[in-house]
Ligand binder design. Structure first.
Ligand code: PMV
Length: 331
């Protein structure tokens, strides 16, 4: 009998953002979103059943997870156990190359890998769409990390209709040939979690309804741009969508602001590079770091410029693969 499974999932960065839930319990988003899975960052998670244990245990990068992190993992495992009809506790061991909680999509790769390994070890028979729906319950953006390349997460109206799927056209060397430079300004943990910040935005920002409407339109326009092989159209929409997401949270009370002066400096630089003839577009998540989209052939020049003479850490990324599960661990 298999009592251990390991899964690897890569981080993704949204070009049309998920920001705000319509249903907290089911993690149904207010809008659809579109992302690029990256090869540069991934989580590797092993889940081992321990029927004799009376509680789950979990480590991250070899250290026990905090009480809060363990509680979140354990709640997710409760969901898997309820679907599988099992009461067995588990040991979760995760190793991540993504800085945690810094707006660098650590929860996306983390929960996609946990969903893959837990589904395998508890014997849930899920296809990729089922895994995407399951990963969504751990962290919304994790629904997209089940797939490689460009991915759309359909908002849907209930648990069955809210899932991600791949969008053809983002393959390396394909018509868009996208790449990303990730400018790591601060890899520390953010002050306000994306969960809390989203809740506050939905409840108090007068801009939120307009944001949701505009984002649904942006996703449709981005899918058109992908079909047309038009990276510039995709990039312009992505930069605008990210700025609008931050505008909606600046409108919350109390306001949520993830930007620092360094964030603004990178935005200025991206604008200047564009004016100098290097096509590139910025996006920012729930943290100060800036990710810059470009065509793969422009990536070395872009990364070199953004590193600012070696004073900034820049990670270069190409499209990454979807979730891989190895259920080979036999007891
Ligand atoms: O999946 P969560 O709950 O960590 O939310 C992710 C939110 C953003 O990264 C800011 C946007 C996105 O679509 O990934």
């Amino acid at each position: 009998m298999t009592n251990s499974a390991t899964a690897v999932a890569h981080a993704n960065i949204a070009l049309a953002k998920y920001w705000g839930k319509r249903d907290e319990a089911l993690a149904l988003p207010a809008t659809s979103s579109l992302s690029l899975t990256l090869d540069a960052f991934h989580a590797t998670t092993t889940v081992t059943l321990d029927p004799a244990a009376d509680a789950d245990t979990a480590t991250l990068d070899g250290r026990p997870m905090s009480d809060g992190e363990l509680a979140r993992v354990s709640r997710f495992l409760d969901l898997v156990r309820s679907l599988a009809g099992s009461s067995a506790r588990a040991a979760v061991d995760s190793v991540s190359t993504v800085p945690t909680g810094a707006g660098l999509a650590s929860s996306a790769s983390g929960f996609a890998a946990l969903a893959g390994a837990a589904a395998a070890v508890y014997g849930l028979d899920l296809d990729a769409r089922g895994l995407s729906r399951l990963a969504r319950r751990g962290s919304g953006s994790a629904s997209r990390s089940v797939f490689g390349g460009l991915v759309v997460w359909h908002a849907g109206t209930d648990d069955a209709t809210s899932y991600a799927e791949p969008v053809p056209g983002g393959e390396p060397g394909g018509p868009l040939d996208p790449a990303m430079a990730v400018v790591v300004l601060d890899a520390g943990r953010k002050a306000v979690s994306s969960r809390e910040a989203m809740r506050r935005t939905v409840e108090t920002s007068p801009f939120f309804p307009a944001w949701a409407e505009a984002t649904e339109r942006d996703v449709a326009l981005m899918l058109d741009a992908v079909r047309a092989g038009d990276l510039a159209a995709l990039g312009e929409l992505a930069e605008s969508n990210a700025l609008r997401m931050h505008a909606t949270m600046l409108g919350a009370r109390p306001p949520v602001r993830y930007w620092t002066a360094h964030t603004v400096a990178v935005l200025d630089q991206v604008q200047a590079l564009r004016a100098d003839g290097l096509p590139c577009w910025a996006t920012i998540d729930a943290g100060p770091n800036v990710k810059v989209l470009c065509a793969a052939p422009d990536l070395p020049a872009l990364a070199d410029a953004l590193s600012d003479g070696g004073t900034r850490r820049v990670v270069t990324a190409r499209p990454g693969p979807g979730l891989r599960v190895d259920a080979g661990g036999a007891s």
